[in-house]
Design a protein around this ligand. Structure first.
Ligand code: ADP
Ligand code: MG
Length: 601
């Protein structure tokens, strides 16, 4: 057998091979072209797509353009104006740096560049087909650059076959377009698809304004501002309250030094931050900028540059966690709470005696004074008696810094009950509809967690111990798990047969009827029987109990109790959802209302 000759591949072949790495589909072309436009300092980026990008992707910018010489050079593989040396990779501030995108794209398409620098009188047009330069000529054109990429993979049939349907390819492009628009609010973006302008976003001064443009004011109002600086690390952006959640991660945009990025550690930190507020299969909405010195991050993991690695992943993870925690949880509660009073504790969440009270008078100071909740001793900030004074805050708990968002409201006034159940509130920036059962579920859950963290929760002895007759399987699981039940604060003894004597209930539960509680607990212990050994399983079982109990106390609540509920919810670490992710409140901002009524600010 003859020795096969080793050949140096021609540039042409290399470009075609490299194209496979950098350019997978029309969306990759779109991405490379828009990134180049951003790198060129454009203030306006106009994009056009035909047939999902299979027929054409055209990007026009008003950036710094190229001289004829540079335009020609830009098509050479590894031609870049952005780095000169390997060391420069450590300090990249631009989106591109490999200098292979244009060459790769031009190798597998019908390619046209028109470009002019502002200082030049005339521009340059280049036409390339399948990597062969067909024409170079002078042309009159506005300053900036237009790049047209038509018939992608026309000369690589194997690749063309792998393109997805037009709508899938277009979907990818639109997702990418939105990410660019979010990453660069200062740039105006336009997207035209098959002759129709689909998106047109003017230049904005802030991410918030761009988000409002893209998603609407109502959406923006469900976001909380994230802002954390730790030396050279700056994490900023927005995090959705948990009730704003998605089945996929489409609305999680992570920008590392302005580049759309993924990194397992970031995904993990986000998931952890929402752990006790979202069901496992739901994903929060987050728009996060992670700005750090370029040499902290390795963007050279993959040619399409989406996945990044951090030099100190743990630091990034912890910082994201802290940043989201601060954004989503009231700042004043991150301070250690004063020591709880011993049991019996206040029971602010009693079931309402008597019938429904359809119309609540506006809360007034003449309401009977409320016992402060032991774990949330901060006095109520409503009714709307004007902004709270510094004297409202007991010593030891610093007032929340005003630049942080905290809780769903600062001031809230109960307007009434609607739908026989929901509490209508007016807050400083809008209306809130609160589901009291869901609110109660959240409050109880946090109390339980706080108490469990400090050991066995306080037990509240019943005035009259109660005997409860259980079903045989309930009784079986209770007998097997008496220790766990006691660890939760239940005073419970077997009482012969399938009966149990309840002498005390966990104090954090407030005022609830013992019998349904015991049945609920037995069922939870039963379902959790195989997993109950871990603290996490115990916690889940607890959360489930809370849910059931709260759901069972859906009776109408007297004004004083409602008022306390509103205050307690305001002071929750995560006031927006139940431990299972069901919303506790729905917010309708005044801004959104004005918009709905066609009033412009
Ligand atoms: P990279 O972006 O990695 O440098 P590319 O192949 O994408 O490599 O681009 C090669 C070079 O062409 C860039 O470094 C830049 O100098 C120039 N270039 C590409 N697109 C534009 C544009 N829209 N405006 C001005 N210059 C551009
Ligand atoms: Mg580039």
């Amino acid at each position: 057998m003859s020795d096969p000759r080793v050949l140096v591949l021609s540039d042409h072949v290399c470009n075609k091979i490299a194209a496979g790495e950098v350019i997978e589909r029309p969306a990759s072309v779109f991405k490379e072209l828009v990134e180049n436009a951003i790198d060129a300092g454009a203030g306006l980026i106009d994009t056009e797509v035909l047939q999902g990008g299979r027929k054409a992707v055209i990007v026009t910018d008003n950036g710094h353009g190229m001289s004829r010489e540079n335009a020609l050079l830009s098509l050479e593989r590894h031609a870049t104006s952005k780095i000169r040396d390997v060391d420069d990779i450590e300090h990249i501030h631009t989106m591109g740096f490999r200098g292979e995108a244009l060459a790769a794209i031009a190798a597998v398409s019908r390619f046209r560049v028109c470009t002019r620098r502002p200082e030049d009188l005339g521009g340059t047009e280049l036409i390339v087909e399948g990597g062969e330069l067909r024409d170079v000529r002078d042309i009159g054109c506005p300053s900036g650059t237009t790049i047209e990429v038509r018939n992608l993979f026309f000369n690589v049939p194997a690749r063309r076959k792998f393109l997805r349907t037009e709508s899938t390819e277009l979907g990818n492009i639109r997702t990418m377009f939105r990410i660019f628009a979010l990453a660069h609010p200062g740039i105006a973006f336009r997207l035209t698809v098959d002759g129709r302008e689909l998106e047109h976003w003017p230049a904005q001064t802030s991410l918030a304004d761009r988000i409002a443009d893209l998603y609407g004011d109502a959406f923006l109002e469900q976001l909380r501002e994230v802002s954390l600086r730790q030396q050279d690390l700056h994490i900023h952006g927005f995090a959705g309250i948990p009730s704003l959640n998605r089945s996929d991660r489409r609305d999680q945009v992570i920008l590392v030094n302005r580049r759309a990025s993924t990194a397992p550690v970031v995904g993990y930190a986000i998931k952890e931050s929402y752990r006790d507020t979202l069901p496992r299969d739901r994903n929060p909405v987050v728009f996060l900028h992670l700005d750090m010195p370029p040499d902290w991050v390795d963007v050279n993991v993959h040619p399409t540059k989406r996945e990044v690695r951090f030099r100190n992943a743990q630091r990034i993870r912890d910082a994201i966690f802290t940043a989201l925690d601060q954004a989503l949880r009231p700042a004043d509660l991150s301070a250690p709470a004063p020591t709880p009073e011993p049991a019996p504790v206040a029971r602010p969440l009693q079931r309402a005696p008597g019938a429904r009270q359809p119309d609540l008078p506006p809360p007034s100071p003449s309401y009977p004074p409320l016992p402060p909740s032991p774990l949330h001793p901060r006095p109520a900030q409503f009714p709307s008696g004007g902004p709270s004074t510094p004297g409202d805050t007991p010593p030891g708990i610093p007032p929340p810094p005003s630049n942080l968002s905290h809780g769903p409201w600062q001031q809230a006034e109960i307007l009434g009950i609607t739908g026989s159940r929901f509490v209508l509130l007016e807050t400083e920036d809008g209306l809130v509809i609160m589901d009291p059962a869901a609110a109660r579920e959240r409050i109880l859950y946090e109390r339980a967690m706080d108490e469990l963290q400090n050991g066995t929760p306080a037990a509240q002895p019943l005035l009259l111990p109660e005997t409860v007759q259980c079903l045989p399987d309930e009784a079986e699981s209770l007998r097997n798990r008496l220790a766990e039940a006691r660890a939760l604060g239940f005073g419970i003894e077997p009482f012969g047969g399938d009966s149990f004597l309840i002498e005390a209930l966990p104090a954090w539960m407030g005022d609830v009827a013992p019998e349904p509680v015991l049945h609920a607990l037995a069922r939870d212990l039963d379902t959790g029987a195989n997993r109950i050994d871990t603290p996490k399983a115990l916690r889940d079982a607890l959360a489930r109990s809370c849910c059931r109990l709260a759901a069972e106390s859906r009776g109408p609540l007297p004004p004083a109790v409602l008022k306390q509920l509103v205050t307690d919810l305001q002071h929750c670490r995560m006031p927006y959802t139940t431990p299972f992710g069901r919303p506790t409140l729905i917010h309708m901002g005044f801004r959104e209302l004005r918009r709905k009524f066609g009033l412009t600010d």
